[in-house]
Write a protein that binds this ligand. Structure first.
Ligand code: PLP
Length: 410
């Protein structure tokens, strides 16, 4: 019998979403007529922007003609897309990122996990608590942690993000090698100021650490003072990798396109102590294990950068942000404390009456037929909180808020 990667056995069974599904189906079986509204998951609901659809149709036609047909493309992505990203997402904000530093992929989730291929197993790794679970689970799979005990994996450094520290990860006192940061944050909806990111970049430079910065929700930043990219901070090109995605700004969750920025001058350390270009390793990893995103999808992503595409994604993001505003205002009016949801599609709710995250989940399900996500599912420090997603139709958001306000203000 072939042996297996025993690290997988350390993984806590996919608990959060299966448990939500179990409780919702049990409730639906007992209450078949209950009009359940799901504000739990982070998937988008609105269709692809017209500019992207048109580009995808055109590209599909090209694939049907021998003279314009495309086979394998560059593993790093087509230059016409990488150039537009470099110019419009980075250079226009004063970040000196060029096309060679951009790697197109089929998703940030994959990149966040795959990036561990190029790092050693002896790094000290910090994650926030609560956290997007992919960072933690991929480290467990890679053998970078010990066992799961009392809500946490041994070997990881957890940085609590709570109301007490304004939902910004506190800089650790000890030295860590890899740090995962996600702003705007999933699940808390919190953002990071330039000063906060500068403190992280200073820390990373001082300790030779590398920041893995997940900016999947960058498009939701509406405050002009907030940084969209970590490269807006001086020195970040020497200590940070950034993950971006078309999933949430342009509705590509099912279409699949994202990118990762690996600066050319970023260095890592080999076992013999010599310095090695991280870019070179990631490039090699992608060339060996990845065959690029389809031409058709990359053309769809390119359309995001057209004038029409920019206007359409702005409209899409504004639609979800308006949902978030409604959620924030209605819950606040019902006497419930809320955070986030201003520059992010997630509203982070303090559970009412000191209920645990799961008790609040049950209360909303049974009394309002509304489903959200218990904060404790994102980490021990998420206990007592609850995530409500703004990714939904306006009707569903209005109806869900009406039911909650009626119950909680009654
Ligand atoms: N990063 C964060 C913080 C996310 O919340 C998500 C999806 O919900 C992703 C990355 C995944 O993005 P993608 O669809 O590009 O894989």
């Amino acid at each position: 019998m072939a042996t297996i990667n025993d690290n997988y056995l350390k993984l806590k069974a996919g608990y959060l979403f299966p448990e939500i599904a179990r409780r919702v189906s049990a409730f639906a079986a007992d209450h078949p007529d209950a009009p359940i509204i799901k504000l739990g998951i982070g998937d988008v609901t609105e269709p692809l922007p017209a500019a992207c659809r048109d580009a995808i149709i055109e590209a599909t036609k090209e694939m049907g003609d021998r003279s314009t047909f495309k086979g394998y493309g560059p593993e790093q992505g087509y230059l016409w897309l990488r150039d537009k990203i470099a110019q419009q997402d980075f250079q226009s904000r004063g970040c000196e990122i060029d096309a060679s530093e951009i790697f197109i992929s089929d998703g940030s989730k994959c990149d966040c996990g795959n990036i561990l291929d190029i790092f050693g197993n002896d790094n000290k790794i910090a994650v926030t608590d609560p956290v997007y679970p992919v960072y933690v689970d991929t480290n467990v799979m890679a053998g970078n942690t010990g066992e799961f005990q009392e809500g946490r994996y041994k070997g990881l450094v957890y940085l609590p993000i709570t109301a007490e520290n304004n939902f910004t990860a506190e800089i650790p006192r000890e030295k860590v090698d890899l740090i995962y940061l996600c702003f705007p944050n999933n699940p808390t909806g919190a953002t990071a100021t330039k000063e906060h990111l500068k403190a992280w970049v200073d820390y990373a430079q001082q300790h030779g650490s590398l920041i893995l910065f997940d900016a999947a929700y960058e498009a939701f930043i509406s405050d002009p003072d907030l940084p969209h990219s970590i490269y807006e901070i001086e020195g970040a090109k020497d200590c940070a990798i950034e993950f971006r995605s078309f999933s949430k700004n342009a509705g590509f969750t099912g279409t699949r396109c994202a990118f990762t920025v690996v600066p050319q001058n970023l260095m890592g350390k080999a076992q013999d102590g010599s310095a090695v270009k991280i870019w070179q390793l990631w490039n090699r990893r992608q060339c060996t294990k990845f065959n690029g995103v389809s031409y058709i999808v990359q053309r769809g992503a390119e359309a995001v950068y057209s004038q029409a595409g920019q206007a359409q994604i702005k409209e899409l993001v504004s639609f979800y942000l308006e949902n978030a505003k409604i959620i924030r205002e209605q819950l606040t009016a019902a006497g419930i404390a809320v955070y986030g949801g201003i520059n992010a599609p997630y509203v982070w709710v303090k559970t009412a009456d000191g209920l645990s995250s799961w008790d609040f989940f049950d209360k909303l399900l049974f009394n309002c037929n509304v489903v959200g996500t218990p904060g404790s599912g994102f980490g021990a420090a998420g206990e007592g909180y609850f995530r409500i997603s703004a990714f939904n139709s306006r009707d569903n958001v209005n109806e869900a808020m009406k039911r909650i306000t009626e119950k909680f203000t009654a």
